[in-house]
Design a protein around this ligand. Sequence first.
Ligand code: B30
Ligand code: ZN
Length: 259
Amino acid sequence: SIAQWSYNPNAVDGPQNWKEDCSTGKRQSPIDIETAKTVMDKELGTFTLVNYNKTLNKTFRATNNGHALEMGFPGRAYNVSGGGLNGVYTTVQFHFHWGANNTVGSEHIVNGKEYAAELHFVSFNTKYANLGEAVDKPDGLAVLGLLIEVGEHNNSAFSFLEVANKLVEPFSIVNDVPAFTFEHLLPDDKTKFFRYNGSLTTPTCLESVTWTVFNDHVFISQYQMNLLRRLKKNGTLAEFGNYRPVQPLNNRIVKSSFP
Ligand code: B30
Ligand code: ZN
């Protein structure tokens, strides 16, 4: 089925009217992380990020998938474990969410504060055969979320964003992006993070994600931010961005790895 959905808040297919788990779920994402209500959990420990510090002899696939800029990776080279995750998760893609201007664009917000963009490293639990098998399981996915601010300095780790110039039209693909090192995209301090059980932030909003949102932010330049804003989906990505509004916490507890 070709389910139609958009980020237009006033449209019949906008976020308020998304169907399936988006409307019926009780562990939906994103959320507002109210730091005063988080509960520290010493057991969360630190992440083991296999090959995140290496530039492997590979190429990545960059796509405008119609709702975001996504970088896909072949094979199962990049793994995430530790950090309170049960088992080993293998990274399949990362993508960005952003806004029409720098005051909006992140999906998660912290104490009501929105950031200009958010990066999601998406990994699936290797106890499942593939992403498709994992995507509807309660422990199927682990997403690492990074809050992005627009800073004065140019962060060369994000220079791959130049590929956005070739991804302006929806469903464009660039297959031969030279591999780069993920570690430089992550905040220096990876020991401070928030943890909760949530969902995919796009339809069908399946409730399969163990969420990590790092406490420290990363910076991109205004020029790099504007590269993301060039992507089109019938014009609506530039107009409304591609971030979902925050969802009810319900009875969930947000843990923190630090006091
Ligand atoms: S997110 O990190 O919560 N924004 C998916 C993974 C992570 C998030 C959202 C969605 C996902 O795997 N969706 C199903 C597969 N998608 C591919 C994709 O990720 O781009 C197919 C699709 O929707 O039709 Cu869009
Ligand atoms: Zn996302």
